[in-house]
Design a protein around this ligand. Structure first.
Ligand code: PAF
Length: 295
C-alpha cells in the first residue's frame, strides 16, 4: 500500500491504474475509520481492481472551529485499517495541499437541497462537502466512488452533482452499518461517553418506531415524525435538532407515505453537544392483491 500526500502523485497513481486497464474505486473519508468505512472498502475491493481511500478532514465543511478541532483523528490507526482492507493507495493530503491558495474562491453550489435539513442546521456544510468531493473526483479521474447511506442527504447531493456537472464517476451507495444495539456507526461516536452513547440510541429507536408504525398501516407523516420526536425528547441527554419524512426520490416533504420515503433525524447528545444523525428508508406496506383482500 502506498501513502500519498500530493495531488499530482495521487492523480498519477489513478491514471497509471487505468492505464493498466483496471477499474479505479475511490472511498472518500475523513479518517477515524470504523466498520462503516470498512464496508465501503470491502465493496470497492469486490468491484474494483485498484482501490484508493482518501483521508482528509475537510475544514471547508465545518461551521464551528471547535467542531473541526474536536473531530477525531488517528492516521496511524487508519493506515493499519486501510492496509488490512486491501487499499492500494491512501491519499492523505495536508490542508495546504488541498487548498493551496487558501480558502477557495470558486466552490460548488449544492442547490436547494443543500439548505434544508442538515443544510439548515449547518450553513455552508454541503458547499464544503461537494467542493472537496468534486476535487477528489477530479483528481481520481473516471472511477466508482463509494458513499454510505448513513449520510443520506450528502449521498443524494453527490449524486445530483455528478449528474448535473457530468462528472465521470459512478456513485455507489452502501448500507448503513450499525452496532448490535442499533446505533449507526459514525466517527463521532468516539466522542461519546458510555451514558451519552446510550442516549444516542434514541435516534435509531425513533426511526424503528416510525418504520413499525408505517408497517402497521399508519401512513401519516406527521405521526411517523411524532414517533421519532417522542423517542428523542424522552432522552434527557439528547436535544432534538429535527425529525423529517421526505420522498426518497425528490427529497420533498410528504403528507403520507404512499411511495418509498426516508425518515431522518438529527440530535445533539451530551454535554459537548456531539451531533448525531441517522435515517432509514420507509417502504409503504405492499397493497394486498385482490384475491388476498377477498379472503
Ligand atoms: O462523509 C464524509 O466523511 C465526508 O463528508 C466526505 C464525503 C469524505 C467529504 O469530506
Amino acid at each position: 500500500m502506498e501513502l500519498l500526500t500530493g495531488r499530482a502523485a495521487f492523480r498519477a497513481a489513478c491514471d497509471a491504474a487505468r492505464g493498466r486497464g483496471v477499474t479505479v474505486g475511490l472511498v472518500p473519508t475523513m479518517g477515524a475509520l470504523h466498520a462503516g468505512h470498512r464496508s465501503l472498502l470491502a465493496r470497492a475491493r469486490g468491484e474494483c481492481e485498484f482501490v484508493a481511500i482518501s483521508i482528509f478532514v475537510n475544514p471547508l465543511q465545518f461551521g464551528e472551529a471547535a467542531d473541526l478541532a474536536a473531530y477525531p483523528r488517528d492516521l496511524q490507526a487508519d493506515l493499519g485499517v486501510a492496509e488490512a482492507d486491501g487499499a492500494g493507495v491512501v491519499f492523505a493530503p495536508a490542508v495546504e495541499e488541498m487548498y493551496a491558495s487558501g480558502e477557495p474562491e470558486v466552490t460548488v453550489d449544492p442547490g436547494p437541497l443543500g439548505s434544508v435539513l442538515e443544510g439548515a442546521s449547518r450553513p455552508g456544510h454541503f458547499r464544503g462537502v461537494l467542493t472537496v468531493v468534486a476535487k477528489l473526483l477530479h483528481l481520481a479521474g473516471p472511477c466508482r466512488a463509494y458513499f454510505g447511506e448513513k449520510d443520506a442527504q450528502q449521498l443524494e447531493l453527490v449524486r445530483r452533482m455528478v449528474r448535473d456537472l457530468d462528472l465521470p464517476a459512478e456513485i455507489v451507495a452502501c448500507p448503513t452499518v450499525r452496532d448490535a444495539d442499533g446505533l449507526a456507526l459514525s466517527s463521532r461516536n468516539a466522542l461519546l461517553g458510555a451514558e451519552e452513547r446510550r442516549a444516542g440510541l434514541a435516534l435509531s429507536r425513533g426511526l424503528s418506531a416510525a418504520a413499525a408504525l408505517l408497517g402497521a398501516g399508519e401512513p401519516r407523516a406527521a405521526l411517523l415524525r411524532g414517533a421519532i420526536e417522542a423517542r428523542v425528547r424522552a432522552e434527557p441527554l439528547a436535544a432534538l435538532d429535527y425529525a423529517a419524512v421526505v420522498d426518497d426520490a425528490t427529497w420533498t416533504g410528504v403528507e403520507e407515505v404512499l411511495r418509498p420515503a426516508r425518515a431522518l433525524v438529527a440530535a445533539r447528545v451530551g454535554a459537548a453537544g456531539t451531533r448525531l444523525i441517522d435515517n432509514v428508508r420507509l417502504d409503504p406496506p405492499a397493497v394486498p392483491r385482490a384475491a388476498e383482500r377477498a379472503e
